[in-house]
Design a protein around this ligand. Structure first.
Ligand code: HEM
Length: 398
């Protein structure tokens, strides 16, 4: 895509910062603070794009999909954007409306509610398992296993290939970044994903009645073409794993670091959903996505020309002190309504009811079985746009 240099950068705070170095990904918050302080619109010369670091502008952009379009790609690297052609996250209406309605049919609050008993049973079993271990890694032995079991079953995937899913998802999310080493390492994995998805088209591979089977049933009915089914499967395989894993891990980390907050949740289980929302507000699993402007647009006195890339900083917006008092504090009963961790507007997370249900089940099981959470030093996993832990030493006390 053509990346126009703004006609006039004067008056726009410009920074030569690389948002995707190891150090930056390990701890992005000092740079976010600096960008938010600098203004509502910044220009990132290294990435040749505008950036919105504050809450209000990110939210307004998410709610104005006509001006800030996704169809020209939501990542910074064109070959990466090509891998997501036809997926909901990289589409605009009317095509987006059509494919989103196919996903919504199976992911609505009502549709998801009936999954509760099964997901709760899986959550209880996993909590029992780690309680028996004593000390364990809350990421490797716990958070990473749970959405994998839940989502793979929901999508109806066969047993073979499941062990590759997290690696593919990690590579897929790296491909939202700029042309850096992480992208170079990841792009080679994309053919594996397409071959796997092709293999799922064979009759009998997907469990009848599953989310995956529903996509191919929509193709059989003629609601979408066979070619359009593949990108929807990509959406399921990529979007539903690391995001939920990271949200659960981060919330466990906060609850372990703040025993008083865990006590508060145990005393009032109505706080479970709020604590999870607070966890993903503070450590938003998706940190950065791009939009492209469809017209000249004026934002707080700055004119952003048509066809300009704009980086939306979800992770920064969710820590904007203008919106959140004591923004960096984990407050289990804050109830951070309006946080942007699940996005907003027409691209808001299609799977959020599943993710919320998974989190509710896991923390519900923990409330009943775990009196005290002890955590050690967290270690972060580095990915171009996904923020999450690699390791979190933990002990659950019964
Ligand atoms: C804590 C867990 C999750 C988080 C934080 C999260 C975050 C997000 C965000 C921020 C977006 C918006 C992208 C944008 O603005 O362009 C999104 C979209 C999406 N998410 Fe999630 N997600 C989570 C779990 C899931 C799950 C479990 C699924 C699948 C069942 C899923 C499927 C999707 C899909 C298909 C989209 C694209 C929607 C569209 O463009 O219309 N997500 N997610």
């Amino acid at each position: 895509m053509n990346k126009p240099t703004p006609r006039d950068l004067s008056g726009i705070p410009s920074f030569d910062v690389d948002m995707y170095t190891d150090d930056q990904l390990r701890d992005p918050y000092a740079v976010y603070d600096m960008l938010r302080e600098a203004g509502p619109v910044v220009y990132l010369t290294r990435h040749q794009c505008f950036g919105f670091p504050r809450y209000t502008q990110v939210r307004e952009a998410l709610e104005d999909h006509v001006t800030y379009i996704s169809g020209k790609g939501v990542g910074l690297y064109e070959p990466g954007n090509q891998t997501r052609k036809g997926t909901p996250i990289a589409s605009d209406p009317p095509y987006h409306t059509k494919i989103r309605s196919i996903l919504n049919e199976r992911l609505s609050l009502v549709a998801v509610r009936e999954l509760q008993p099964d997901i709760q049973a899986k959550a209880d079993a996993l909590v029992d398992e780690v309680l028996a271990l004593g000390s364990f890694d809350a990421v490797r032995d716990f958070s990473r296993r749970f959405p994998l079991i839940v989502m793979a079953d929901l999508i109806g995937l066969p047993e073979d290939g499941r062990d590759q899913l997290l690696g593919w998802a990690d590579a897929g999310f790296n491909l939202f970044g700029p042309d850096n080493d992480r992208v170079k390492r990841s792009i080679g994995r994309f053919p594996e994903v397409t071959a796997y998805i092709k293999s799922l088209e064979q009759p009998g591979r997907l469990r009848p009645g599953s989310l995956g089977a529903a996509i191919y049933a929509a193709a059989d009915r003629g609601d979408i073409t066979r070619e359009q089914a593949g990108p929807l499967m990509i959406a399921y395989l990529m979007a539903g794993l690391d995001t939920t894993i990271n949200g659960i891990s981060a919330t466990i980390m906060f609850l372990g670091q703040h025993p008083d907050q865990w006590e508060a949740v145990r005393a009032n289980t109505k706080l479970i959903p709020q604590a999870f929302n607070e966890g993903i507000r503070l450590e938003s699993p998706i940190q950065l996505l791009r939009r492209v402007t469809s017209r000249d647009v004026e934002v707080e006195g700055v004119t952003i020309p048509a066809d300009s890339p704009v980086l939306l900083m979800y992770g920064s917006a969710n820590r904007d002190e203008r919106r959140w008092p004591e923004a960096t504090r984990f407050i289990a009963n804050r109830n951070p309504v309006g946080h942007l961790a699940f996005g907003m507007g027409i691209h808001n997370c299609a799977g959020q009811f599943v993710a919320r249900l998974e989190a509710n089940c896991i923390f519900d099981a923990m409330v009943r079985k775990v009196s005290r959470i002890e955590v050690g030093k967290p270690e972060w996993h580095l990915n171009n746009i996904i923020r999450g832990l690699e390791h979190l030493p933990a002990t659950f006390h019964a």
